[in-house]
Write a protein that binds this ligand. Structure first.
Ligand code: ADP
Length: 270
């Protein structure tokens, strides 16, 4: 990044005149590299659960005369299949978001409803850990956007807040309207993220602790999806965190996105 890559072509030679065309290849090269990386990452990430499934299937066959073992391995196969299905779903979601115009036609969105739906879907996981989710801040806030994508984004943040927090902690979701900007913040009292990792967590497939993320059913794509949804709305997502104390993820969105923001996310590397 930062270097200008120029493709030079001699377009026409006539007499003593030489016409040279210089084309900026930086962006094209970068997008190509991003696409290539994505394909490599996707195949690597898909190989893990597929490999595990095939190994488990073999084991089940070998354990055919032990019903208890069969039940146990079948349970693990089911968990692995669910993980694979979540991964495929998120890969498709992210690919859709990377296409310009992913927002579709904009509509007036009630932020209260977005937050309520996102929190609702995270309730089961929260209840299992005795985590209390509290919603607060401004009510009746509206913005122009895509309701379903915003639910997905907020839900990813709430899911993470629950997943990376200890038992019996609290997760807060706050809405604030500041002039033409709407802020949705998700606060947790969980394990936190170190400054070096804060810069990387929005990258596709990046996980601070891959083993822990796998345990909680994480794919490493959640925050990348949040970033794209925010960017597609002409906004952004930021993180503030103190390791061991907790994290706050904040989505900031203009109430009315500018028309040309949808292509921004496409050019990003994550
Ligand atoms: P995952 O599916 O692994 O949760 P994400 O893209 O949602 O993937 O998050 C990337 C990584 O960022 C996670 O694996 C985790 O290490 C870290 N992370 C995300 N949210 C939080 C949080 N609220 N607290 C601590 N770490 C988090």
């Amino acid at each position: 990044r930062g270097t200008l890559l120029v493709q030079v072509r001699v377009a026409q030679v006539s007499g003593r005149h030489l016409v040279v065309l210089a084309e900026d290849m930086t962006q094209a090269r970068r997008l190509e590299a991003v696409r290539r990386d994505f394909v490599v990452n996707v195949s690597h990430e898909l190989k893990t659960p597929v490999g595990a499934l095939s190994l488990l299937a073999e084991t089940v066959q070998d354990a055919a005369d032990d019903p208890e073992a069969v039940r146990r391995f079948a349970g693990r196969m089911q968990a692995e299949a669910q993980r694979l299905s979540a991964l495929v779903h998120e890969i498709i979601e992210l690919s859709r978001l990377q296409v310009a115009g992913a927002l579709g036609p904009l509509a007036m969105v009630e932020v209260d409803t977005v937050v309520a739906e996102a929190v609702d879907r995270a309730r089961t996981a929260a209840a299992a850990k005795n985590v209390r989710i509290e919603v607060g801040g401004d009510t009746g806030v509206q913005l122009f956007g895509n309701h379903d994508l915003l639910v997905t984004a907020v839900r990813n943040l709430v899911d993470n807040a629950v997943a990376y927090s200890g038992d019996a902690t609290r997760v807060g979701v706050g809405v604030r309207e500041q002039g033409d900007v709407v802020e949705i913040a998700v606060v947790d009292e969980g394990i936190g993220i170190s400054p070096a990792e804060q810069e990387r967590v929005f990258e596709r497939f990046y996980r601070v602790d891959a083993a822990r993320s796998r345990e909680t059913g994480g794919t490493g794509l959640g925050l990348s999806i949040v970033k794209h949804v925010a960017a597609d709305h002409g906004g952004e997502v930021t993180v503030w965190s103190r390791p061991g104390r907790g994290s706050t993820f904040t989505i900031r969105l203009p109430r009315v996105p500018h028309q040309d923001t949808t292509s921004l996310a496409t050019a990003q590397n994550d």
